[in-house]
Design a protein around this ligand. Structure first.
Ligand SMILES: [Zn+2]
Length: 447
């Protein structure tokens, strides 16, 4: 007990009367608290009901809205019902504990909704709720089934550092009909506000589902997301491509900083300018220092690959695979650039099987010209175009392929050193392309 304020609640800036249940003997280490902040859940239930009702009545304005509700650190011993309620001004529930059901169905938060560090011990529902200001759930602890279905988020949301021990979390958008039979299609998190899911271990949760959700502004940095259900979600505003927001943010910040330093130069025609700008951006990105963040982004992509491959959506998994390699290429800088670059050019990081096959064929056909040029068969009589093909090009091609696989010897054909050197190079190229082809086919078959 503090001597300065005898008889007052010990919770920060509370100052309400102390509450002890009837016949209860407090232990010396127990801090005196008011009815709202008291942790004696079982013993205070009865007394809490009337005190809570009185508290709510006090905060209702003439329109029946809850005005600047301050429930910071409150410990609710039973269910809380705020169905259809409107919170005028900020609603503050940070560090509160909801022991029972927390019902905010169809509630409207006109200002900020502060649930930072709040504990949801039971189930909670924010279905159809409207968050006009920022929805702050940073560091909140969820333990039951929590749903944010068809919720409107107008001021951004922050779920970073949230704890999801044994919780199941739903963020589901979609079609619904309102009271006037009007059809609505809600894509959650749509808009230009940031959504934060950083530092969240989704692995701890029983289940997390994002369905019909716009994740083009959602950050997942340093989170575990490989078991999250992503169903019909938007990764980018345009609806195509699979660049996660964390990569986009990193690129934009990077390029913006560099452009401000140097200023823009005026360069010729539009497409040339675009091309030069693209090359410039590559150079800028390569000179970056923040490798750690890139590693985190790479890790996110890796988790997304596992996530989508696991649910047999190999196409999306493949898209993320390409992104992962792109980020790795930039992270590794010049050293990794050559090999990753060739890897990209020849097979789009092992995603395309036709590309290395056609390239390999082109190399072989090109090399066959050497035999056509240098070998004695070139002097054979060419009567028609068909002859050119059947008597010269085709044998040259066969001879080249045979020598490529070591079936025929070509060193006695009198080829020049340059030609022989090219043929050795051809061998390296072709075997590289074949392995790229096999890799891509294997990746496809594994599906
Ligand atoms: Zn208090």
């Amino acid at each position: 007990m503090t001597k300065e304020e005898p008889g007052k609640c010990s919770y920060l800036n509370c100052g309400r009367e102390i509450f002890w249940p009837q016949g209860y003997t407090p232990q010396p280490e127990e801090k005196p608290c008011c009815i709202f902040h008291s942790p004696l859940i079982e013993q205070k239930k009865e007394a809490f009901r009337s005190a809570w009702q009185e508290f709510l009545d006090q905060h209702k304005n003439e329109k029946g809205e809850y005005q600047d509700l301050n429930c910071v650190g409150f410990i609710f011993p039973e269910s809380v019902h705020f169905m259809d309620a409107t919170f005028s001004g900020d609603a503050r529930f940070s560090d509160a504990t909801f022991s029972g059901w927390a019902g905010f169905v169809c509630a409207t938060f006109s200002g900020a909704a502060g649930f930072e560090g709040a504990t949801f011990s039971g189930d909670a529902s924010f279905d159809f709720a409207t968050f006009s200001g920022e929805a702050k759930f940073a560091g909140a602890k969820f333990h039951g089934d929590v749903s944010f279905n068809l919720t409107r988020w107008q001021g951004g949301a922050d779920f970073s550092d949230a704890k999801l021990k044994e919780a199941s979390l739903d963020f589901i958008g979609g079609n619904y009909k309102d009271k006037d039979e009007q059809e609505h299609d809600i894509r959650l998190f749509k808009g230009d506000k940031q959504i934060g899911f950083d530092h969240v271990n989704f692995r701890e949760a029983k289940r997390v589902r994002f369905e019909r959700v716009d994740l083009s502004r959602a950050s997942f940095l340093r989170s575990q997301i490989e078991n999250v259900d992503f169903i019909d979600v938007w990764w980018e505003e345009e609806g195509k491509g699979h660049k996660i927001y964390d990569e986009r943010k990193w690129r934009e910040r990077r390029v913006k900083g560099e452009t401000e330093e140097k200023g823009e130069g005026d360069v010729g025609r539009d497409w040339i300018r675009a091309w030069i700008e693209a090359v410039r951006e590559e150079f800028r990105l390569l000179r970056r220092k923040d490798k750690d963040e890139l590693k985190e982004i790479e890790n996110l992509y890796h988790q997304l690959i596992l996530n989508f491959d696991h649910r047999r959506d190999y196409e999306t998994g493949g898209e993320f695979y390409v992104r992962e390699n792109e980020v790795r290429r930039i992270r590794k800088g010049w050293r990794g650039y050559c090999f990753e670059g060739i890897y990209w050019l020849t097979s789009e990081y092992g995603q395309r099987w036709l590309q290395p096959l056609l390239l390999g064929l082109a190399v072989v056909i090109l090399s066959s010209l050497i035999f056509y040029q240098a070998s004695p068969i070139a002097s054979a009589l060419v009567v028609s175009r068909l002859d050119l093909f059947t008597k010269i090009m085709w044998p040259a091609f066969c001879l080249n392929v045979a020598s490529l696989f070591g079936i025929a010897r070509v060193d006695n054909l009198g080829l020049s050193h340059t030609s022989l050197l090219w043929l050795s190079l051809q061998r390296i190229l072709v075997f590289y392309l074949i392995s790229m082809f096999l890799l891509a086919v294997r990746r496809r078959f594994r599906r």
